[in-house]
Design a protein around this ligand. Structure first.
Ligand code: NAP
Length: 459
């Protein structure tokens, strides 16, 4: 395959790794392949940061700002690995980066750049995006002990300096904790990724590259929010209200609640999504669009009667108020989330898609001893446990559609406009879908229908 102006296909040098991976080359053989000088990557450029000025948020178009270009391969630090990326996935953070909201991510890169010699590599006039990937380790730094060339991996996005003491209780509390591919450069939407060795996890053997690539960020986030003692620590019998229940976070949240003996109440915005959730085994679903909730009567005023109507609809379904509210839409829903949460219950929040200046009626919080707890991604142990559940076939990937790397902007647009379900995958080096399944017997045991539920639904 010839590079087409350096843009359309993996460069010849990177292609050698693909050929080796596909022909089953050993780790030693992979390690002997010369590294390329450049690689193909989806990125945004600093000079474009003002391109959407005066345009409404919803109309800012990632297809205009995300480019696919050849970039130089960065130097490898002793605690890092290069991964030949077979597939990646889009996360909402790539939407934020591509519309330069709430701030251009170049500020993150320059802050990292001031930290150390190694940090300085990240401070560039372009930002290679992407916080999820699957692939094969092709080189490791001199201090890497647990991984070697040839290892098939998925990558989680918690980027911490493990020589800092603050990283050694819960690494999400580390002073220099960052999200790889969002607050760092050299992310996963590319043919090659630069990661810390402590971001690597074994690739679930029964999944294709793209099915393996789509999980780590949102699956681990939902795990921490619901299962981990760092989050809501859900128990059997808990009723859990899940906003965006067929979205990137929600699709895993529903599975965790069902697996843990809880009762999910999923909120979605179409009849089609209601059907999808029911196929997942989520019996109680609310179609927010069909019900026409208007929690805000105007830009500044919330309508308590609408919160009440929503709460009544939940009670009509499950007979009680939710013990846990899985919250991420933010401004549009937070008032309602606090209101409908049960006495003594918890609203666990990790985001604010519809706006981060939040308003709720504090009387409903304190008088009924509710709490709001924040959560952000997951530490390595949590991400590892969440990945283990995928590898055990107990949590399924929620991949619905796959795009080539050149169409990263289109995939980000689909997510920005809420036109998708579950996760959108991106093929990087993998030439087609369905490759990389190393354990077809276990796949059959888990069940093709379960693994591909979102893909079949989206087809
Ligand atoms: P997603 O795939 O777009 O799913 C979000 C779902 O939320 C949508 O499918 C939509 O479902 C629902 N939604 C959107 N706007 C809404 C609104 N105004 N009111 C009610 N529901 C709304 O995104 P995601 O991957 O789940 O991520 C969701 C948010 O969490 C993003 O802001 C993302 O940046 C953030 N996030 C944070 C972390 C973290 O570690 N802190 C990790 C992952 C994601 P319906 O239209 O069907 O209702």
């Amino acid at each position: 395959m010839e590079p087409d102006g350096g843009r359309r296909v993996a460069s010849v040098a990177v292609q050698a790794f693909l050929e080796a991976i596909q022909s089953g080359a050993s780790g030693e053989e992979i390690a002997a392949i010369p590294l390329p000088d450049t690689y193909r990557a989806a990125l945004v450029r600093k000079e474009d940061a003002g391109m959407f000025e005066g345009i409404a948020s919803g109309d800012k178009d990632p297809r205009k700002s995300i480019r696919v270009e050849q970039v130089p391969v960065p130097e490898l630090a002793p605690d890092e690995a290069y991964v030949a990326v077979m597939a990646a996935a889009i996360n909402f953070n790539t939407v934020w980066t591509s519309i330069f909201e709430p701030l251009p991510t170049f500020g993150f890169l320059s802050r990292l750049g001031r930290e150390s010699r190694w940090g300085a590599r990240h401070d560039l006039p372009y930002h290679v995006v992407g916080s999820d990937a699957s692939g094969v380790v092709i080189r490791v730094g001199s201090a890497v002990r647990n991984w070697k060339p040839g290892d098939r991996v998925t990558i989680h996005c918690n980027h911490v300096d493990d020589q800092d003491p603050t990283a050694h209780d819960d690494s999400m509390l580390a002073a220099n904790q960052r999200i790889w591919g969002f607050e760092t450069n050299f992310g996963g939407l590319a043919d090659l990724a630069l990661v810390k060795a402590n971001q690597l996890m074994p690739k679930p053997a029964h999944l294709s590259w793209e099915e393996a690539a789509c999980n780590a960020l949102t699956n681990s986030t939902s795990y921490r929010m619901l299962v981990s003692p760092n989050g809501a620590d859900m128990k059997q019998g808990d009723i859990v209200l899940i906003w965006g229940a067929s979205g990137g976070l929600g699709g895993y949240a529903v599975q965790y609640v069902l697996n843990g003996g809880g009762i999910p109440v999923g909120v979605v915005s179409s009849a089609d999504k209601v059907k999808l959730l029911q196929e997942m085994g989520c019996e109680h679903v609310i179609d927010r669009k069909a019900n026409g909730y208007k929690f805000w009567s105007d830009e500044h005023t919330q309508d308590e009667s609408e919160w009440r109507r929503f709460g009544k609809d939940i009670r009509a379904l499950v007979g009680e108020d939710p013990n846990i509210v899985f919250e991420h839409p933010g401004r549009q829903t937070m008032g309602a989330s606090v209101f409908v949460c049960a006495r003594g219950g918890m609203v666990i929040t990790c985001a604010a898609t519809s706006g981060y200046m939040i308003e709720y009626d504090n009387r409903h919080l304190w008088m009924k001893l509710k709490s709001i707890k924040s959560s952000h991604f997951a530490n390595y142990a949590e991400a590892w446990d969440a990945n283990r559940l995928i590898a055990m076939g107990k949590i399924q990937p929620i991949l619905s559609a796959v795009y080539p790397l050149e169409e990263t902007g289109e995939a980000a647009w689909q997510i920005h406009k809420n036109l998708h379900e579950g996760k959108l995958g991106v093929l990087c080096l993998a030439p087609q879908e369905g490759l990389g399944i190393d354990d077809p017997d276990f796949r059959a045991k888990v069940g093709e229908d379960k693994i591909t539920l979102f893909q079949r639904h989206g087809a």
